[in-house]
Write a protein that binds this ligand. Structure first.
Ligand code: AMP
Length: 301
């Protein structure tokens, strides 16, 4: 497994891989790996989801970059968990061929960055439009612009055939799918289901912020989402009733402070009053120092 910090070096190495006609698969991350990240890597390395042609195994690139421009003022950019040594070991085990670990200066050369610099500075950014309205977009101004811009930059550097994203960050996944479609980027986006702890808590690097008591309480987020899924399976289609079901379960746990809970069309992310097609119930909650997100897809069979 190679570890490369410089953009020029990565481009050079990947040009060789492309000349050998080996498909390149890509997992962008902010590090502090857990089973969710590892699942993305394993699936990428296996190649089946992207239906990559040929018999050679794909060349797996994993980027580790805590992107300052997707953090707002007062958010956890500085304290975000970092574990480079542990990450390298886990990525190697999962079959990564190349780890790209650029510095902030390498990704934003010549720019003076404050946390939300991309919104203010004289720079080119990806404007993400309506998909970034509501849900996390309402609570993290500029977050999706920073995220989409860095993913666009990473795609330009790596030029992968396929890139893997978790459904846990559902709004992010939809924004990336739309960006790739609208900007006609030649990369296949492969969504991967949320990997959970045995009690249902979605795995997240930010779970490391939780005390034992908060960790126990955090499981109620998924319990709430599941309660709504059960009601949905019984035939309820009214959005307010579906949302209320999850809210009640979550409200029973005083350590959880719900930031939002919204029911949206699973594809367009339009707000819903009545569920007719597939929908996503998504939420964010503050627990102690951690802001956690989760969602569940309600599928009409
Ligand atoms: P992050 O390092 O948190 O930016 O996440 C990197 C990628 O891993 C993103 O595509 C996330 O959606 C995905 N991811 C994070 N947590 C999970 C999880 N529990 N299950 C599946 N994918 C995840």
């Amino acid at each position: 497994m190679e570890i490369i910090e410089r953009v020029g070096e990565v481009r050079h190495r990947l040009a060789e891989i492309r000349r050998a006609s080996r498909p390149i698969v890509f997992v962008p991350t902010m590090g502090a790996f857990h089973e969710g990240h590892i699942e993305l890597m394993r699936r990428a390395k296996a190649g089946q989801d992207a239906a990559l042609s040929g018999t050679v195994s794909p060349y797996l690139v994993v980027s580790i970059f805590v992107n300052p421009t997707q953090f707002g003022p007062g958010e956890d950019y500085r304290s975000y968990p970092r574990d480079m040594q542990g990450d390298l070991e886990k990525a190697r085990e999962a079959g990564a061929d190349l780890i790209f670990t650029p510095s902030v200066e390498e990704m934003y050369p010549g720019r003076h960055l404050s946390a939300i610099a991309l919104a203010e500075a004289d720079s080119t950014t990806v404007e993400v439009g309506k998909l970034a309205e509501g849900m996390c977009g309402s609570h993290r101004p500029g977050h999706f612009r920073g995220m989409a811009t860095v993913v666009c930059k990473l795609f330009n550097i790596i030029q992968p055939d396929a890139a893997y994203f978790g459904e846990k960050d559902y709004q992010q996944l939809k924004i990336i799918q739309r960006m790739v479609e609208d900007l006609q980027m030649p990369v296949k986006i492969v969504p991967i289901s949320t990997v959970r702890e045995p009690d249902g808590l979605a795995m997240s690097s930010r779970n490391a912020y939780l005390s034992a008591e908060e960790r126990r309480a955090a499981a109620f987020l998924h319990k709430g989402l599941k309660a709504t899924a059960t009601l949905f399976e019984k035939g309820e289609r009214n959005a307010a009733a579906l949302i209320e079901e999850a809210k009640q379960v979550i409200a029973a746990e005083p350590l959880l402070r719900l930031q939002y809970i919204e029911l949206r069309d699973a594809d367009t992310l339009q707000p819903l009053q009545t569920v007719k097609g597939n929908a996503v119930l998504a939420l964010a909650a503050q627990i102690g120092k951690a802001r956690l997100i989760d969602n569940i897809i309600l599928r009409v069979s």
